[in-house]
Design a protein around this ligand. Structure first.
Ligand code: PLP
Length: 485
């Protein structure tokens, strides 16, 4: 983790802090303190990092040193900064915060917070019965030690079968079960990337993938997605791979998080060809592959076009089933799976047997569970899109054909400011810059449609109120923020 943030880095992260709506009535130091709290709140500024010295930050921001001194004092008073004379100031969170189930920092008192920071559904009703059935199966495994680094065979067979059904013949030897897709990504990166290795990602992309890449000290370059139309610009994407020859490219071709784009068949094929020519390994995150909506036809898996073991697919049960299962997987060549399993033994040994048995039961009911999920998501998406059209008509929204999120283009570079103001009225947001690297994307906001329709409509109503408030009146003080990580 970064232990120190330099003045220019913090200035870049802070972006247009001084131009935030509401600034007219709050002095510069308060606006600066609020902007730093906002960065902490959404995870862009990690905890425990040393902030730049006052003079350095003042120079980087082109403000007076007294402004920075006053902002740091306010951050100390609100519990966001700890300082020791001569040693500097470190970011921290007030004692009134905790880590939420999502891994995000949040105030202890949640009251009626509508959480749009998380893009995941509540568990399906079939889960309890599947858990009971799994317990009945357990005795079959109790005679052994219970460590299965690649996963229990029943689950690997079920996952391999699902790939084969999608038109990609797969054997259980090509599957390794992991504790979620995030875990799969981390393990694959351990194998595919050495520190400092180049990685190409989409922009915007899934923030926790960026976190996993930073943890491996990857040198990240981005491919910007268009907000509407196809998303990926084929020539630019392939050109970047050919020129930069990254060691790894991490892509989310199915209902990309956050934009919801679906990559077409032609680009999938060309992508694999370009990756092979450039010596790039493709990590394809298929988290949302089971969730096409409106009868959208799915293109073949990217790995279908792979002849040289260049494509490593990762996926899991969190989106169609439940995040609490912590079941994911890697699909790769059998030797790659063996290497991953060897690496995994030094990390977490294996995934829990009981959870894997539960997953087997859920996958056996995939057809009915996933169909119900899609129906639910269509209704929720349409409620969200309808509420946005009615209450925030200036926002531009491309309706996704699948997945669980939409990517709204706002009527100004206000995403972080809006997120802070929204906390005040009980709506948690993941602002646009969370999904990029360089503090841009302030014009965008990811909105998941995983909550019940009534909550989504209520949240949009609250957002519309604060949006117009931001224009009309300055706020003397932002309410204590929480962190989205
Ligand atoms: C693209 C993408 N990859 C990975 C994950 C993490 O999934 P899991 O809960 O299976 O670790 C998510 C969850 O939001 C995601 O959107």
């Amino acid at each position: 983790m970064t232990s120190q943030v330099r003045g220019v880095q913090l200035a870049r992260l802070l972006g247009q802090w001084h131009a935030l709506p509401g600034r007219r009535r709050s002095p510069d130091y308060a606006a600066l303190a609020a902007a730093v709290r906002g960065l902490l709140a959404d995870g862009r500024l990690p905890l425990g990092v040393r902030l730049p010295a006052e003079r350095e930050l003042a120079e980087a921001l082109r403000v007076s040193r007294t402004t920075v001194t006053a902002a740091y004092r306010e951050l100390r008073e609100s519990g966001h900064l700890a300082s020791r004379r001569g040693a500097g100031s470190w970011t921290m969170l007030p004692g009134t915060h905790r880590v939420a189930s999502t891994g995000l920092w949040t105030p202890i008192d949640e009251r009626d917070m509508i959480d749009l920071g998380v893009a995941a559904l509540a568990a399906p009703p079939q889960l309890l019965a599947a858990a009971r059935a799994a317990t009945e199966d357990l005795p079959r495994y109790l005679g052994g030690a219970g460590y299965h680094p690649t996963g229990i065979i029943e689950l690997r067979e079920a996952v391999a079968h699902a790939y084969t059904e999608r038109g990609l013949p797969t054997s259980p030897e090509q599957i390794m079960v992991t504790s979620g897709t995030q875990h799969a990504l981390d393990l694959v990166l351990r194998l595919a990337l050495s520190p400092g290795g180049g990685v190409l990602v989409e922009s915007p992309t899934y923030p926790n993938a960026l976190a996993a890449l930073s943890a491996r000290r990857a040198r990240i370059t981005t491919h910007g997605l268009a907000t509407d139309g196809a998303g990926w610009d084929a020539d630019l994407l392939l050109g970047s791979i050919r020129q930069a020859r990254p060691k790894v490219a991490y892509l989310i071709p199915e209902f990309q998080n956050p934009t919801g784009h679906l990559m077409d068949t032609g680009l999938r094929e060309r992508l694999v060809g370009a990756a092979h020519a450039a010596g790039t390994d493709l990590i394809v995150d298929e988290s949302f592959v089971d969730l096409p909506l409106d009868g959208t036809l799915m293109p073949p898996p990217v790995a279908t076009f792979d002849r040289h073991s260049r494509v490593i697919s990762i996926g899991g049960m969190s989106k169609p089933y439940w995040g609490g299962l912590r079941i994911g997987w890697v699909r790769a060549s059998a030797p790659q799976v063996q290497r991953l399993a060897a690496a995994r033994v030094g990390v977490d040994m294996a995934s829990p047997v009981l959870d894997q048995l539960l997953a087997v039961h859920l996958l056996a009911e995939a057809a009915s569970i996933v169909t119900a999920r899609r129906t639910q998501l269509v209704a929720q998406r349409d409620a969200l899109v309808g509420a946005l059209a009615e209450r925030l008509p200036d926002w531009r929204v491309a309706v996704p054909r699948g997945g669980v999120t939409l990517w709204a283009e706002l009527d100004g570079p206000i995403s972080s400011a809006l997120a802070r103001a929204a906390e005040e009225v009980g709506v948690r947001l993941a602002p646009g810059p969370r999904f990029g690297l360089d503090g841009t994307l302030e014009r965008f906001l990811r909105l998941p449609f995983t909550l019940p329709a009534a909550d989504l409509v209520e949240a949009v109503g609250r957002l519309a109120a604060v949006r117009y408030d931001l224009d009309r009146t300055g706020r003397s003080q932002w309410r204590e923020p929480s962190v989205i990580a």
